[in-house]
Design a protein around this ligand. Structure first.
Ligand code: PEP
Ligand code: MG
Length: 333
């Protein structure tokens, strides 16, 4: 089956009724780029930049970051690369350097909260990203945004970083786009306000589910409660995506839900513009997209929104997936 999927990896992600959809890869650094392109990525929807920080016992300097970001931007050009700024904390630790003694680290001093207090570190990264934008199609994305103020504050630091680049005669894309990750319920339900301060959203379903359902994403003891098919998750996705559509904000999904083929029709059916997932699953997703009609995916999303039972939702999604893939799947009794 994998060989059949791979045969469509480099074909356009166009649905059977003629809609071209956007498919990106989630990467951790330059080393992932070639494989992602081979597997059909048409951009990077999530570059988790913290991996560069996690390889060190200290923060990488601007030049080191620039080298990595530039390589990714150049390799992917002209496709877009969404670089997410440092998302440390919670499940992402910096071995000995970044030890926080917090009783509740997932809700603690992390990600954009950390960056807004460590402004010089943050601006080192912003300048490295800006400089990489001179050689490719680079966008900036902030993680764990929970308020409008954070987004405005991050944008002000970005303006400072731009001025610093100008003073040093360093080129960057003056029209660089900025996005917010929507992965905190408070952000999801005020994303109309966030839309005024950015050009795109990317939904982080991993954290969104964790915070919506109060289920630690790395605690195996309660893994059965970590439920993407919970109607609260589906309704929240619908709220974010329809708000984004209404405000003409590009909306992608980069959490694990986007990398599980059964959810791909639902996400596009709800109106997402893009999904981004780890490279390995992209050929299968491409194959599925080329089989399905967007109009059928939209009808599926409507049915799913009316359903109250997670098992019934999962069944609808699985049946839809199987119907599209019937030529490659073994019949199931
Ligand atoms: C997410 O939260 O869904 C996401 C994509 O980010 P991460 O898994 O890196 O927290
Ligand atoms: Mg996250």
């Amino acid at each position: 089956i994998q060989r059949v999927f791979e045969s469509s990896a480099l074909l356009p992600a166009t649905t059977a009724d003629g809609h071209r959809l956007e498919i990106g890869a989630n990467i951790g650094g330059p080393e992932d780029c070639e494989r992602a392109i081979e597997r059909g990525a048409e951009g990077v929807g999530l570059y988790r930049t913290e991996s560069l920080y996690m390889q060190h016992d200290s923060f990488p300097d601007e030049e080191e970051q620039y080298a990595a970001y530039r390589e990714v931007a150049e390799t992917l050009a002209p496709h877009p690369v969404i670089l997410r700024t440092l998302d440390l904390g919670g499940d992402k630790h910096l071995s000995d350097y970044f030890v926080q003694n917090e009783s509740n680290p997932f809700m603690g001093f992390r990600a954009i909260r950390f960056c807004l207090e460590h402004r010089e570190l943050f601006k080192d990264q912003l300048r490295a990203i800006l400089r990489a934008s001179a050689v490719g199609n680079v966008k900036i994305m902030y993680p764990m945004i929970s308020t409008q103020d954070e987004l405005v504050a991050a944008n002000l630091l970005l303006e400072e970083a731009k001025n610093e680049c100008r003073e040093r005669n360093q080129k960057f894309d003056e029209k660089i786009e900025v996005g917010a990750m929507i992965e905190i319920p408070g952000a999801a339900y005020t994303c109309d306000l966030l839309a005024e301060h950015c050009q795109f959203f990317s939904i982080g379903t991993n954290d969104l589910i964790q915070y919506l359902l109060a289920v630690d994403r790395v605690n195996d003891r309660i893994a059965h409660l970590y439920e993407p098919n919970h109607p609260a998750v589906i309704r929240t996705l619908n709220t974010i995506i329809s708000t984004a559509n209404k405000h003409n904000i590009h909306v992608g999904v980069c959490g694990e839900m986007a990398g599980d083929p059964i959810y791909v029709p639902l996400l596009f059916g709800l109106g997402a513009n893009e999904i981004s997932a780890t490279g390995t699953v992209l050929p299968e997703i491409k194959y599925l997209i080329r089989k399905m009609k967007l109009s059928d995916a939209q009808a599926l999303a409507k049915r799913v929104l009316k359903e109250s039972d997670p098992y019934a939702i999962k069944l609808l999604l699985t049946r839809f997936y199987e119907a599209q893939m019937s030529d490659v799947l073994e019949p199931i009794d």
